[in-house]
Design a protein around this ligand. Structure first.
Ligand SMILES: Nc1ncnc2c1ncn2[C@@H]1O[C@H](COP(=O)(O)OP(=O)(O)OP(=O)(O)O)[C@@H](O)[C@H]1O
Ligand SMILES: [Mg+2]
Length: 154
């Protein structure tokens, strides 16, 4: 497990950018942590690292549930399941169609997917410290996740 303390949103963006630069698809990331802890901010950096152009502004998929962004060799699928009512609704939102060799799947509030034993390569946990800095912990799982984390300059 690797842990960093992020004092500013720029530092969180930079971590996301590094992850995006190092990722090889297919890859799946679970983002966990309280409201406003920095999950969407990290995805904005990730999109930059993946080469997604500035003409796409990465917004929170709180209401849309899924936002999809194309890049050169990958597709960033950014999900926020906060408003999902049950695991059954995953089928309704088309989750099963997202997978593919080019997919980078990033999920905020991944609880229902974890219940279904969906396999994430990396879990990123966001916590606040007493000064509202973000403590960001990376938990890779399996060889794909471990390889990714080993490429980061933390
Ligand atoms: N170190 C930091 N890392 C990330 N965000 C920070 C940091 N410091 C301040 N912020 C601010 O905190 C907010 C984080 O919001 P963000 O939308 O990324 O949270 P979230 O975890 O996606 O929340 P939600 O669960 O509601 O989707 C942003 O306004 C960001 O600018
Ligand atoms: Mg968010």
């Amino acid at each position: 497990m690797k842990k960093i303390i992020s004092l500013t949103s720029e530092q969180t963006l930079d971590l996301g950018r590094q992850i995006g630069q190092a990722i090889i698809s297919p890859f799946a990331i679970a983002l966990k942590g309280d409201l406003g802890s920095g999950k969407t901010t990290l995805v904005q950096g990730l999109a930059k690292g993946l080469g997604i152009g500035d003409d796409y502004y990465i917004t929170s998929p709180t209401y849309t549930i899924i936002n999809e962004y194309p890049a050169m060799k990958i597709r960033l699928c950014h999900l926020d399941l906060y408003r999902l009512g049950s695991a059954d609704e995953l089928e309704y939102i088309g989750f099963d169609d997202l997978a593919g060799p080019d997919a980078v799947i990033v999920v905020e509030w991944p609880g229902f997917l974890e219940e279904m034993q969906f396999k994430f390569d990396l879990e990123i946990k966001f916590e606040f410290d007493a000064d509202y800095n973000r403590i960001i912990s990376l938990f890779p799982s399996g060889q794909t996740g471990i390889n990714l984390v080993s490429k980061l300059f933390l």
